[in-house]
Design a protein around this ligand. Structure first.
Ligand SMILES: Nc1nc2c(c(=O)[nH]1)N[C@H]1C(S)=C(S)[C@@H](COP(=O)(O)OP(=O)(O)OC[C@H]3O[C@@H](n4cnc5c(=O)[nH]c(N)nc54)[C@H](O)[C@@H]3O)O[C@H]1N2
Ligand SMILES: Nc1nc2c(c(=O)[nH]1)N[C@H]1C(S)=C(S)[C@@H](COP(=O)(O)OP(=O)(O)OC[C@H]3O[C@@H](n4cnc5c(=O)[nH]c(N)nc54)[C@H](O)[C@@H]3O)O[C@H]1N2
Ligand SMILES: [Mo]
Length: 703
């Protein structure tokens, strides 16, 4: 057993001053290269690496304050067990041995019971995106146990499915080329907040004369600074894209040569877009027809034209269809011909690591439950209350579901079950931690090894531990090793060190990974995958789809009973789909990221809370006036699922019919003990099993 992960022992005896190469672990497309200065074993400075071509020496507001997170007085430092009621948050200190013996005993008892190991469920997301601390030892342990599988649909799975249908994989243009574009569509993303280093590139393009158009129902910080802002109603982007294609094809502005050589199903697409003339789509989107026509013409004529798509528009019933549809645009106009043309949702597919070696799904075969059920994390409330056989043990790490999962009443009812054995491993005592039976202290990124890939750039990064763990905190990998040992699992992979795992991650046959070497990566901090500097991935076609073409028509979709062509699926909660509901709850609520929070991470730190102030609701002056709401009034936001409170901010930032609750606030740190997820829904997307946080009708009243 590996009691002290390699390197941490060395850090403990560290004297003098040194600079350590690190990687930002957070769920953000920028995955920054960091440098940590350590003096006598204490981290004294965290900065962006100047030599990293995407980070370029700057960190965001949050991570530049990473030392405040690491050395926060609120850190969990010892294992604890619950002594109060579930949710109350009262605990008493115990030893690691007692904590781990308790967990192993419960796992053994449940596995041997009639319910079997499928009654155990891991719950994890991207609190750290590291392959060691997220995607290896935990997966191995739960596979070997035969626990239920978790479908990780809370964020991006709908969009990934959409882009896979059209392009074949989660791949796109090189983010480092955006400055050479002449037109950039910032579509469903607020890069100043959620993709800062991409924004730097977009600003550079603007300085060189490019037009930047935001497509967002909200005048976000980024939309405010674009050349143009088009504000469609939430969840109508696919209709907008279909109308753009209607204009482009109707006016013969498509690239016939590119379409003929590198796409599949043009004639069928041309038939489909006839159903979406701009006049009809103006009614669906709330965007005037002439603006749609103008956008289509501009997009078809600008060279190079880039689209930065992000996950905002896929948090709806039709999320996958929206991404699938928008992704047809650059093939239709031949934008892929240039390195600065095309579309980018995620670069993740260019950086595929050796997942089988990391996660070891083969270990399921050694378990008593080789074909476990799969539970979608976005519907954890329903799963905890209704699944049969029941979920009897839940192991939460890298995630804070009581705060971030939709439909809080159901989530909290599930977590409150007396018969549920709940382990939470976190850096802080989150809302979720308050429901734990066993609460374990986690290390921060400065205290652990890891290896990272970006999803908004093309680099692999190393994270060296800078300091020794605080208190008795342990990395995820080490806790899983110790549980595996207690369960008697003797496969050698449970003895792999963290650095062994880093080596396994890049041990890949993928030609883009050739030449990746862990010893070198540790020293230099990062390396770009093997693709040309001027990377135009689909200039000559070669899409990773079954046909090798960009698939307007998808036989894959057809085989599974889905529409083989791009289409608009209206929001589940909209006038089109649910007119009665829309009369009772006439406002569409979206709850995108607040600038100083990262999901619920940082939302407990004084500097972040001070910057955000208090929970707010952006509401248009017309909608406010109709309800007698004035600037600063405390309002109640409610629907049949629940309610929460916020201070009204009356302005045209929110378009009429839409209210915006920037998120995600910790419940226990909010004045009313609630947050926006009281009203969001557990329903899933059309494809990909994604969450539908923004497909959410509400009413608002002054308190
Ligand atoms: N500071 C900060 N950065 C973050 C995060 C954070 O919480 N805080 N979260 C990280 C994570 S986990 C993710 S997944 C990414 C998310 O990054 P983004 O995808 O950029 O963020 P989203 O919240 O998904 O959406 C951003 C924008 O989409 C808009 N939007 C909402 N609905 C629609 C719609 O129907 N159509 C269109 N066109 N636009 C719409 C919102 O108004 C918002 O301005 O950011 C990451 N970065
Ligand atoms: N209303 C609304 N809800 C949303 C969203 C929204 O836009 N609106 N966005 C959704 C999206 S896109 C996402 S991705 C999810 C994100 O939801 P989560 O994945 O739950 O992300 P966080 O809220 O940041 O919580 C991550 C937790 O992991 C902990 N952590 C960090 N590093 C480590 C580590 O090394 N070990 C351990 N054990 N713990 C660690 C952090 O302290 C933190 O408590 O939220 C979703 N929820
Ligand atoms: Mo996310």
């Amino acid at each position: 057993m590996n009691d002290h992960p390699e390197g941490i022992a060395a850090a403990r005896t560290d004297t003098g001053r040194r600079v350590v190469r690190a990687a930002c672990p957070h769920d953000c497309p920028d995955t920054c290269a960091m440098q940590v200065t350590v003096e006598d074993g204490v981290a004294v400075k965290v900065e962006g690496a100047k030599d990293h071509p995407f980070t370029q020496g700057t960190l965001c507001n949050k991570v530049s304050r990473y030392l405040e997170r690491t050395y926060s007085g609120d850190r969990l430092l010892h294992p604890q067990k619950r002594i109060g009621a579930k949710g109350e948050g009262r605990f008493t200190r115990i030893s690691w041995d007692e904590a781990l013996d308790t967990i192993a005993a419960r796992f053994r008892e449940i596995s041997a019971s009639g319910d079997g190991p499928g009654a155990i469920l891991p719950y994890d997301y991207a609190g750290t995106m590291g392959l060691v601390q997220w995607k290896s030892m935990g997966k191995r342990l739960f596979h070997r146990l035969g626990a239920s599988l978790l479908e990780r649909g809370i964020c991006s799975s709908a969009g990934k499915e959409g882009i896979r249908l059209t392009l074949g994989a989660s791949v796109g243009m090189d983010p480092e080329r955006f400055e050479d574009a002449k037109l950039i569509l910032i579509w469903g993303t607020n890069p100043i907040v959620s993709n800062l280093h991409q924004w730097t590139r977009v600003q550079e393009a603007k300085r060189r004369g490019a037009r930047i158009v935001a497509i967002d129902p909200y005048r976000s910080l980024s939309a405010e600074k674009c050349t143009d802002h088009i504000a469609p109603l939430p969840g109508t982007d696919a209709a907008l894209a279909l109308a753009m294609m209607h204009v482009i094809i109707g006016e013969n502005r498509h690239d016939r040569d590119y379409v003929a050589r590198h796409t599949l199903g043009f004639d069928q697409l041309a038939g489909r877009v006839k159903e979406y003339p701009p006049e009809r789509v103006a009614k669906i989107t709330g965007v005037p027809a002439e603006r749609i026509v103008g956008l289509a013409r501009d997009y078809a004529s600008a060279r190079p034209a880039a689209i930065r798509l992000s996950y905002g528009m896929q948090r709806y019933a039709g999320g996958a269809s929206a991404v699938r549809t928008i992704t047809c645009l650059p093939a239709l106009t031949g934008a892929w011909r240039e390195p600065a043309g095309g579309i980018l949702l995620s670069t993740g597919g260019w950086l595929d690591m050796n997942t089988a070696a990391l996660e070891r799904p083969d270990l399921l075969q050694a378990s008593p439950n080789p074909r476990p059920r799969c539970i979608n994390m976005s519907a954890i409330g329903d799963a905890l209350l209704e699944a049969k056989p029941p979920v009897r043990a839940l192991y939460v790490y890298n995630s804070n579901p009581v705060t971030v999962a939709p439909d809080s009443r159901r989530v909290i009812a599930g977590f409150s079950r007396e018969d549920l054995f709940c382990v939470v491993h976190d850096i802080f005592q989150t809302d979720t931690a308050d429901y734990a039976d066993i609460l374990l202290p986690a290390t921060t990124q400065l205290e652990q090894w890891d290896i990272h890939t970006g999803y908004g750039h093309l680099y692999v990064l190393a994270n060296n531990p800078a300091i020794a763990p605080l208190g008795e905190a342990l990395p995820n990998s080490e806790v899983f090793r110790r549980i595996a040992a207690r369960m008697g699992f003797d496969e050698p992979c449970f003895r792999d060190s963290d650095e062994d795992i880093c080596r396994q991650a890049i041990d890949s046959k993928n030609p883009r990974m050739q030449g990746m070497d862990w010893e070198q990566l540790k020293q230099t901090g990062f390396k770009r995958v093997n693709v040309p500097q001027l990377f135009a991935p689909f200039a000559e076609g070669g899409f990773p789809t079954p046909s090798g073409q960009c698939e307007f028509f998808s036989a894959t979709a057809q085989k599974t009973g889905l529409d083989p062509l791009p289409t608009w699926v209206p929001p589940r909660e909209s006038v089109q789909s649910a007119p009665d509901l829309a009369r009772r709850y006439p406002l569409a609520m979206i709850s995108p990221p607040a600038r100083n929070f990262l999901n619920s991470s940082f939302a407990n730190l004084a500097f972040a809370i001070d910057s955000e102030g208090k929970p707010k609701l952006d509401i248009h002056p017309d909608d406010a006036a109709a309800r007698g709401i004035e600037e600063g009034n405390l309002v109640r936001i409610f629907n049949a699922r629940g309610e929460f409170e916020a201070a009204a901010r009356v302005s045209e930032r929110a378009r009429p019919g839409v209210v915006v609750a920037l998120s995600v606030w910790w419940k226990k740190l909010s004045p009313d003990g609630r947050n926006a997820n009281e009203v969001t829904s557990q329903a899933l997307t059309d494809m990909g099993g994604g969450a539908t946080f923004y497909d959410c009708l509400v009413e608002v009243a002054r308190l």
